[in-house]
Design a protein around this ligand. Structure first.
Ligand SMILES: NC(=O)c1ccc[n+]([C@@H]2O[C@H](COP(=O)([O-])OP(=O)(O)OC[C@H]3O[C@@H](n4cnc5c(N)ncnc54)[C@H](OP(=O)(O)O)[C@@H]3O)[C@@H](O)[C@H]2O)c1
Length: 424
């Protein structure tokens, strides 16, 4: 990667050349973008922090980036410290007060991601993710209250607004930042927590293979660092404690996570247009005769879902090969269950692929849940008996209707129904 300072633009009034600005996580992907932007905007004294010492980072990219920042004539210091250690922040603040122009802004971008589904999460993982966000932001808050800051900007995440499977610790840690910003604002202190969506090109999200594609598929597309900085410039001029920044298709998100009902998203989601709505999975299955064709259609649907989650061609997914051998991890299992749940409009457990371990087995289960027969003979038998008995449970039927119908059944009809149910 090449680092070069962009053309200097006219400094805005947002930053002062005789003030110091601190960026925690300053040598991270976002930290460096921010440092370059602050200098472009007129800042001349930056303090960047991170836990690792420069010789430990030992990356040509970082050296080049620091050199490029300093080549502008700006004074850029790097301090190796852990923001979650109070005494280290205390020492840093004293040193800034002693040696540098007055501290006027803090940009808290230190952060770590180390997620797993909650059942497998460990205390250590939680601590690791919480430390820079919770202890770190609190230290910065407590130790700078005597300073008249223009900015106290916390780099929070959209995960806190939308949820993020397998990132409970990260969501909780960022939620603390949001609450702290509101608390500070109530105290009359500078505060802004930004729930960033996914950054392209730099940082944590861009470093994870396929993450951008997966999120985009769900309606959360990423934005460039330049777009982020343009947005930040506007936000620094607004009197707001917390704001989400993300290109976001709420409709798509809700389709993907039908179980995640987030009340404020209802304001962004248009009610479904029933006239033009695509046929549901169940309708598609019922449109072909029961038997081999219908079974193949359902199995093909499942193979496509597996293929999309695993990023394989569907042709490589055999119907009788166990999911467990295909490379699913727990998050992929959740994603797969969500897809099936959305398309069938039925809740599905995240353990779906472990309980029904092949496409073949899952197709039988799913057909049963949707009240769709895969079996030609069963359909014929059902049709013959339907005039004298009740239909099997109807998907989508309201519970009240169902109870009324059950209450109206004769003993004979109940007997027939029980017999059929035990045969299924
Ligand atoms: N990238 C995104 O799309 C995105 C989206 C939403 C929110 N965010 C938030 O934006 C911030 C920056 O993210 P990024 O993508 O730039 O991540 P990054 O490239 O991993 O940078 C994070 C930096 O934080 C430093 N750090 C971690 N723990 C620390 C601690 N206890 N004390 C001091 N420094 C610490 C790390 O350096 P050391 O390892 O040397 O300590 C690292 O340089 C994070 O808080 C992240 O949660 C990012």
């Amino acid at each position: 990667m090449q680092w070069a300072m962009p053309q200097a633009s006219a400094p805005s009034a947002l930053f002062h050349s005789d003030a110091t600005y601190m960026i925690t996580g300053g040598l991270g992907g976002i930290g460096l973008v921010l440092a370059r932007w602050l200098i472009e905007q007129g800042a001349r004294h930056l303090v960047l922090t991170g836990r690792r010492s420069l010789d430990k980072i030992a990356s040509a990219t970082t050296d080049e980036a620091l050199e490029a920042l300093r080549a502008t004539g700006a004074h850029v210091d790097y301090y190796s410290l852990d923001v979650s250690h109070r005494e280290q922040i205390e020492e840093l603040i004293s040193e800034i007060e002693e040696k540098l122009p007055p501290l006027r802004g803090i940009f808290h971008a230190a952060g770590v991601v180390n997620g797993s589904v909650l059942l497998q999460a460990t205390d250590e993982q939680f601590q690791q993710v919480a430390a820079p966000k919770i202890a770190g932001s609190w230290n910065l808050h407590m130790l700078t209250q005597h300073i008249d800051l223009d900015y106290f900007v916390l780099f929070s995440s959209a995960a806190t607004l939308l949820g993020s499977p397998g990132q409970g610790n990260y969501v909780a840690a960022n939620a603390f930042l949001d609450a702290l910003a509101r608390y500070r604002q109530a105290q009359g202190l500078a505060a802004l927590s930004i729930n960033w969506g996914s950054w392209a090109e730099v940082g944590l999200a861009a470093a994870q293979a396929n993450r951008g594609d997966r999120l985009a598929e769900r309606g959360l597309t990423s934005f460039t660092p330049a777009e982020a900085m343009a947005t930040l410039e506007r936000l620094l001029q607004c009197d707001v404690a917390q704001v989400g920044v993300m290109p976001f298709d709420a409709q798509r998100w809700q389709q993907f996570y039908p179980g995640a009902r987030i009340p404020y998203l209802s304001m962004l989601v248009q009610p479904a247009d029933t006239e033009t709505a695509a046929p549901s999975l169940r309708e598609e299955l019922l449109a072909v005769p029961a038997g081999r064709r219908r079974r193949t259609l359902l199995e093909t649907y499942l193979r496509e879902q597996v293929a999309q989650v695993l990023r394989y061609p569907a042709a490589q997914i055999a119907v009788d090969v166990p999911f467990a051998t295909m490379g699913f991890d727990s998050l992929m299992a959740v994603e797969f269950a969500n897809r099936v749940s959305t398309d069938s409009t039925l809740p599905m457990a995240a353990t779906l692929i472990w309980t029904y371990p092949t496409v073949e087995a899952l197709a039988v289960y799913l057909a049963e849940r949707m009240g769709v027969s895969l079996d030609e003979e069963a359909t014929a038998a059902q049709a013959a008996s339907s005039s004298s008995t009740v239909q099997p449970s109807v998907v989508g039927e309201g519970l009240d209707d169902l109870l009324t119908r059950i209450a109206g059944l004769s003993d004979n009809e109940i007997g027939n129904l029980l017999e059929r149910t035990t045969r299924l």
